[in-house]
Design a protein around this ligand. Structure first.
Ligand code: UD1
Length: 361
């Protein structure tokens, strides 16, 4: 039986790997390593519970820190595990510091790396995630891309076509599998929200939490919240940035603690639209038929903006106030609602098949 080590450590990795891990456990000797990049109950433990995942075999407990220190701690703590476990391959997902450290550590000791969600590009090299994606794609022995656009990016960077497979996105599988459970969540009653009468907000990207950008975003969102209720499960990074920059959250916004996966799906499913800078939520919103207005200037998920279900509204005060109001006018909003996302389920099974073929040489 082949031995596979999966390295993960943040909320989006737990979600997107959740439909894949049980399949790997069925067919292989599977070892789960958790870096501990995310560690609080609300960003981590609750997701293991909601998604029914078994506990990690190894927890590296690296916690937060500057990029170099966080990445280095994962490398240092993972290497002895890989050397003693001697897996046939290491699976990493996405674009986090955990993804980079997991891929780099394995590749350096000659263990093949499989990269799930390969080829995503924002073409913004100021994003730490963009650097992580590019580096891991160039270290990997098998590149599992979500769509043809991602495949095109990999080919344009000169990567070997024979190691690229387009398999879809496992985030869609995770939503499909959990949607019915999520609809049983009583979140709306708890928060006294009316279905389709509010906007759900998430905001955490490094480029949006800097002092040059965050105050303008909060001002714009505070003004919009006076016209339409906005509910904001706040990410710890954003809460910390607001505190450090001596900012005040506008009182018009309903700020809540980060939600578990099922409650978050319910919040998004019943929102009129979401305002977000998250990567994963762009796809989750599309799978739940909720338009996403992206608080960014570029996206890795161009197939959803191309389809017209999601739109880029930018991240400055002017962009947000002008563009969000524009898209919420009924005539414009109905265009978003009528657009159809070309969603492709089954990426988890295709991931496991591709790994099987890879192992068979
Ligand atoms: C990371 C990923 C990002 C992903 C995001 C999802 C990188 C470079 N970025 O960013 O791609 O979209 O996760 O959340 O890997 N913190 C807590 N509790 C936690 C985790 C973090 O309080 O459980 C706080 C810490 O103060 C920390 C800050 O959040 O300094 C940022 O955490 P970090 O690990 O740098 O990643 P994210 O910003 O969450």
């Amino acid at each position: 039986m082949s031995k596979i080590v999966t390295v993960m450590g943040t909320r989006p990795e737990i979600i997107k790997l959740s439909p894949v891990i049980p399949l790997l456990e069925q067919h292989h000797n599977h070892i789960l390593v958790h870096s501990g990049q995310h560690y609080s109950a609300e960003l981590d433990t609750i997701f293991f519970r909601d998604l029914g995942l078994t506990a990690p075999n190894y927890s590296l407990g690296v916690g937060s820190g500057p990029h170099g220190a966080q990445t280095a701690r994962i490398l240092e703590r993972l290497e002895p595990i890989l050397l003693s476990e001697k897996p046939d391959l290491v699976l990493v997902q996405g674009d986090t510091n955990t993804t980079l450290a997991g891929g780099l550590c394995a590749a350096k000791i000659d263990i093949p790396v499989i990269h799930l969600e390969a080829g995503g590009r924002s073409f913004n090299r100021h994003m730490p995630e963009e650097l992580n994606r590019i580096l891991v794609d160039h270290l990997a022995s098998l590149l599992l891309a979500a769509d043809q656009v991602a495949e095109k990016h990999l080919l344009a960077e000169g990567l070997d076509p024979s190691i690229i497979k387009v398999i879809g996105s496992t985030a869609i599988d995770a939503v499909m599998r959990n949607r019915d459970y999520a609809l049983q969540s009583n979140l709306l009653e708890r928060l006294e929200l009316q279905s389709k009468q509010y906007l759900a907000l998430t905001l955490h990207r490094a480029e949006n939490t800097i002092p040059e950008v965050l105050p303008g975003m909060l001002k714009a969102l505070g003004e919009l919240a006076q016209e339409q209720p906005i509910v904001f499960p706040i990410h710890p990074r954003t809460a910390a940035a607001i505190h450090q920059q001596n900012l005040t959250l506008p009182s018009s916004i309903t700020v809540i603690e980060p939600l578990g996966y099922l409650d978050m799906l319910r919040l998004v499913a019943d929102a009129k639209a979401i305002l977000t800078d998250s990567g994963g939520l762009q796809e989750e919103a599309a799978a739940l038929n909720t338009p996403a207005l992206l608080l960014r200037n570029e996206t890795e998920w161009a197939y959803l903006t191309d389809a017209g279900v999601n739109v880029l509204v930018g991240n400055s005060y002017e962009d947000i106030t002008t563009n969000v109001r524009h898209w919420l006018v009924p005539q414009q909003f109905s265009k978003l609602q009528q657009a159809e996302a070309p969603l492709w389920a089954g990426a988890s099974e295709r991931t496991v098949q591709a790994i099987q073929q890879f192992l068979q040489g």
